[in-house]
Design a protein around this ligand. Structure first.
Ligand code: AMP
Length: 318
């Protein structure tokens, strides 16, 4: 039996299903989870399906989340999306569930579920859910399709990144044809930005340090964040808007996160492999899009040296 059929069989068998994803959710984590919830309920209206985890105000338009309760550990099927490592599952302990499934597109970190649909060549977790739907009797509806589309579009940056393949386009084409979703309406929600955020993006560009090896970096302590009237999550997210600047092949933003009392790093690259460096600093992620959590600004300096070396080696190989 293939993995899609195995997942479908488990979904069909369980009355209660809990859908989880990683901490600090992005639109793919939320879209894949909330999209799958819609589709399971559309197929099996009598099931109880909960999409749990801490909400993210910025992505509220994708949908509302359910509150996790300890009673859900009993007799529920757990499906974790978009999360390669067990320690980053948001708000619950996967080990306390008897039956668990993982659907993910990151390089493998932990194998922590009985059934794992993992494909690190897939553009997004949302793409894997679309594949699941089209390989099983799960019934797609418009609400589910909208959420999956948002997740896929966000993780591929509108089909820009390299893991956008003919399969991605074929699945999206079929999704739009089958459900008639209004993609222009969805973009209005996804891309409307307050001018205050645009000003922060400008701040980042104006204040980036760029090395001879084309590494761009910006370091923000609490004092600087207060002065700018912003927070770590908002500032590190700006890395997503800094691609295709000729002078940088890798760029990273560090910001002190007062909630965790750690320094959060978001790294992006247009060539050098960065996730190996991220793993040295309590982090990980994709080859060209990674994150890390550091304890001190000394560690930040060490990491910058390491990233700069990776950039230098990359330039020498070219
Ligand atoms: P971000 O820069 O936070 O958008 O994260 C980029 C990618 O790196 C995502 O796939 C994250 O799941 C992953 N990532 C971010 N932070 C960490 C971390 N501390 N540990 C492992 N993976 C991370």
């Amino acid at each position: 039996m293939n993995v899609y059929k195995k997942i479908y069989k488990e979904i069909k068998k369980h009355k209660k299903i809990v859908l989880a994803r990683h901490i600090g959710p992005d639109p793919d984590a939320l879209g894949s989870t909330l999209g799958l919830k819609e589709i399971i309920l559309n197929t099996f209206p009598k099931k109880e399906v909960y999409a749990v985890g801490t909400p993210a105000a910025k992505h509220k338009y994708i949908g509302d989340l359910d509150t996790f309760e300890d009673s859900m550990y009993e007799d529920s099927l757990l499906i974790v999306l978009d999360t390669p490592d067990i320690k980053r599952v948001d708000g619950l302990d996967p080990n306390k569930f008897k039956h668990k499934i993982k659907i993910d597109h990151h390089p493998i970190v932990d194998k922590y579920c009985d059934i794992e649909l993992v494909d690190d060549t897939a553009s997004s977790a949302s793409q894997l859910v679309i594949e699941l739907v089209y390989n099983t009797p799960l019934k797609l509806n418009k609400e589910g399709a909208e959420k999956l589309y948002i997740g896929l579009i966000s993780d591929t940056n509108r089909f820009l990144y390299s893991y956008t393949t003919d399969k991605t386009f074929n699945l999206v084409s079929r999704l739009i044809k089958d459900t008639n979703i209004d993609i222009t309406k969805l973009y209005n929600n996804m891309y409307l930005t307050p001018i205050s955020e645009k000003k922060l993006q400008s701040y980042a560009i104006l204040n980036m340090t760029i090395t001879n090896n084309k590494l761009g970096y910006l370091i923000l302590n609490q004092e600087k964040l207060d002065e700018l009237g912003t927070d770590a999550a908002t500032m590190t997210n700006i890395v997503n808007y800094l691609n295709y600047i000729d002078e940088m092949i890798t760029w990273v933003i560090y910001a002190y996160d007062k909630n965790t009392e750690m320094i959060r790093a978001s790294i992006r690259s247009r060539g050098p492999v960065i996730n190996t460096v991220a793993t040295h600093y309590n982090g990980g992620g994709h080859v060209y899009a990674s994150g890390a959590r550091l304890n001190t600004f000394d560690e930040v300096n060490d990491m910058i040296k390491e990233l700069d070396k990776v950039c230098e080696e990359y330039l020498n190989e070219e």
